[in-house]
Design a protein around this ligand. Structure first.
Ligand code: SIN
Length: 362
């Protein structure tokens, strides 16, 4: 290029030397600037590789529970699929946020991922999810899972998004059993019992309908509440009872399958939408694969936990007979009726159809 300029202006040989030298300096300067710019870019690249996007994933259960395992599985996939552009920090056992605090922390952007039970959305001001707590509504495993992945959830999801949180997936942790310090076989056995509930109007109504006294207690405080007699019983999935060692502080277990534990994998809406284009599809893929992992793990771990609790011999087991189950459903149908006013008849019928619940003839 220097040579072209020189010949175009037809300069004499005697003048070419200093000019060539001057042009050489300019080129050198430009080269130096280009090299410096390249170095800055290279350093910027290194810096971004050294400072990945951090996703804090907080949850309230043991690392050995299905949700604890799924959180670690997600971490591994997310970090692998994004080639280290994302780092996931998992905080189990309410070590970062407790039940009461975590949803607000998510809204504020202090944490980026949670997987709370959908029965705990009351404090968010989203009460529609309480419908899924209607007793015996979701006893059919297949239909329960299908429903939570179906378009029926679109309106529910919008309610969450209006609060600044996006549900990325629903994870099914199976059906609830009761544990207590006395046998619970007939609906009347609940009378006067102080029963821990997760929260929500439906779970409150269920306990009251049975003649029990409901108390909302965070999952992290539940062991102690059972141990000290703050409450006499609770309901949960076997994997939580096993990993939290509730069998040390509760004598009786009733396999009632009266409720279901669904989680929603929640993120902060603004955070997720602002993720770079070369990161978000990889995270979406990790979410999808973790959801399958979670559902398979939960089904396996809950069956396994029930066997282990039984084999441990510390709890006395009772599996509701068909007749007993009928009596429980009959005793709890007034809650369904009462909640018609809250959710609307049409919505209730829609959910019954999706879940396969057939109300008994009254
Ligand atoms: C959980 O599995 O996240 C906790 C459920 C509960 O609070 O009972």
């Amino acid at each position: 290029m220097a040579r072209g300029i020189i010949s175009r202006y037809g300069l004499g040989l005697h003048k070419q030397r200093p000019l060539r030298a001057a042009l050489g300096v300019t080129i050198m300067k430009r080269l130096a600037v280009a090299v410096a710019a390249a170095l800055v870019l290279a350093f910027a690249g290194t810096a971004s590789a050294q400072a990945p996007i951090v996703i804090k994933f907080s949850h309230v259960v043991s690392p050995d529970a299905p949700k604890g395992k799924a959180a670690v599985y997600f971490k591994e996939l997310a970090e692998k699929y994004t080639n280290g552009k994302v780092k996931v920090e998992v905080y189990p056992n309410s070590s970062l946020y407790k039940d009461k605090e975590e949803l607000e922390a998510l809204q504020l952007g202090s944490v980026q991922l949670l997987a709370p039970s959908i029965s705990k959305f009351g404090p968010l001001g989203v009460r529609e999810f309480d419908i899924f707590d209607l007793p015996f509504l979701m006893s059919d495993d297949t239909r329960a899972r299908q429903m939570m992945a179906s378009p029926i959830m679109a309106d529910f999801n919008k309610k969450l998004e209006a609060k600044g949180v996006t549900p990325l997936a629903y994870w099914d942790n199976g059906t609830h059993v009761y544990t207590a310090n006395k046998p619970l076989i007939l609906p009347t056995d609940f009378r006067g019992m102080k029963m821990r509930i997760q929260g929500g109007k439906v779970l409150d109504a269920v306990a009251r309908q049975l003649g029990a006294i409901p108390q909302i207690i965070g999952f992290g405080e539940l062991y102690q509440a059972l141990q000290t007699g703050v409450v006499d019983g609770e309901d949960n999935v076997p994997s939580n009872i096993w990993t939290q060692k509730f069998y040390d502080v509760q004598k009786y277990l009733t396999v009632s399958n009266h409720g279901r534990l669904h989680y929603s994998l929640l993120t902060n809406k603004k955070f997720w939408e602002a993720l770079p284009a070369d990161v978000r599809p990889q995270l979406d893929r990790a979410v999808k694969e973790t959801t399958q992992f979670f559902d398979d793990t939960a089904a396996h771990d809950n069956a396994d936990a029930l066997e282990k609790i039984k084999a441990g011999g510390k709890m006395q087991f009772h599996v509701l007979t068909d007749a007993e189950k009928k009596a429980w459903i009959a005793a709890l149908m007034p809650v369904h009726k009462e909640m018609q006013g809250r959710f609307g008849k049409e919505m209730l019928e829609k959910i019954y159809k999706a879940s396969g619940f057939v109300p008994p003839e009254s």
